[in-house]
Ligand binder design. Structure first.
Ligand SMILES: [Zn+2]
Length: 337
């Protein structure tokens, strides 16, 4: 049992306070992140990225399940996505500071989902308030779904405050974009061109990708998933538009190095898109006959062989909801005909 000598305690406390003051470092403003962010660099380019762990956000991964990246130019830094907690956003900011002391000028957000935007708070409060850029439909971050994966912002925040406490807590807030665009938003910084293109609704209404031709890099956001079952279970998901977007990415020439929203980057474009494309195709092919024959969803779902995906991370959390979402989308299309 811990005992305290009441005469020594004030002196010990004073020493601790003085020790903290002597380091000269302000304490981190967020709960400590103990996992390694894993900063990596694209070969021969001032382009950096971190890769999140596979699976759904929880205490085991401390919310680090998505990717983010940044490009250093002579006039400042452009960041793509902000990670899934303010604490992780702060760590990303520290990672940027380990590479350059140039100011962070802009943050482009692939889409407004919790795992990509909660880190914005750290950039606004501690990173010099860079412009936050997102497609205009990202502002209407709302909706809902049957499973626990609904994308209504307030409900999601409440869920994350439980699942990711203390990294997401009562002080966590959703930062809205400063600059919104419709189809495209292009800019140059430090002589480097940045092309942002709206690809949604696909995974989310505002899905956007950022192409940096100078370095042959595409930040794809969640259009490209690797290493886990993709997330489709939102009323705003459009699987057919999503497939068109994957086709556009696969057709880019010269082939870019793709940094996906989840999973390892790769310079083989076809291999990058194939995991997501095959999964969506499998859901459509599996659900289409059931919808055509008016087979109830539960019955259809139970009859499908899921073995090729069952061992993938996030299968238990996402697959059933994903399948149901595709079932509903096919049903709506069949009525619309
Ligand atoms: Zn994501």
């Amino acid at each position: 049992m811990f005992t305290c000598n009441s005469r020594l305690a004030p002196a010990v406390l004073l020493c601790l306070v003085m020790a903290a003051a002597c380091t000269g470092e302000a304490p981190a403003p967020y709960a400590a992140v103990t996992i390694d962010l894993g900063l990596a660099q694209v070969d021969d380019a001032p382009v950096y990225f971190v890769v999140g762990q596979s699976g759904v956000p929880g205490t085991d991964n401390q919310g680090h399940t998505s990717n983010a990246g940044f490009v250093v130019t002579d006039e400042g830094v452009v960041v793509f996505d902000a990670l899934g907690t303010p604490a992780l956003g702060y760590r990303l900011l520290q990672a940027i500071r380990s590479v350059t002391d140039k100011p962070v000028r802009k943050i482009v957000i692939s889409h407004y989902h919790a795992d990509h935007v909660y880190g914005l708070q750290a950039f606004v409060d501690h990173g010099g308030q860079p412009d936050v850029i997102a497609q205009q439909r990202s502002s209407a971050y709302s909706g809902g779904s049957t499973a626990s994966q609904g994308e209504d912002a307030a409900r999601r925040l409440a869920q994350r405050r439980e699942a990711l406490w203390p990294w997401v807590n009562d002080a966590t807030r959703i930062v809205e974009p400063d600059i919104v665009f419709d189809e495209e938003y292009n800019f140059t910084l430090g002589g480097v061109g940045f092309e942002i293109r709206h690809m949604g609704p696909a995974h989310a209404p505002g899905d956007s990708v950022m192409l940096v031709r100078e370095y042959g890099v595409l930040f794809s956001g969640d259009l490209v998933y690797k290493g886990r079952v993709p997330f489709l279970d939102s009323p705003s998901t459009d699987v057919f538009n999503w497939l068109s977007g994957l086709e556009w990415i696969a057709g880019l020439q010269p082939q870019p190095y793709i940094i996906p929203g989840h999973g390892e980057p790769a310079d083989d474009t076809a291999a990058s898109v194939v995991v997501t494309k095959e999964y969506i195709d499998y859901l459509i092919d599996s659900m289409r006959p059931a919808v055509a024959d008016f087979v109830p969803f539960d019955e259809a779902y139970a009859a499908i062989d899921w073995s090729r995906y069952a061992s993938m991370p996030a299968f238990a959390a996402s697959n059933r909801g994903n399948a149901y979402r595709v079932y509903l989308e096919l049903e709506a299309r069949s009525f619309a005909r």
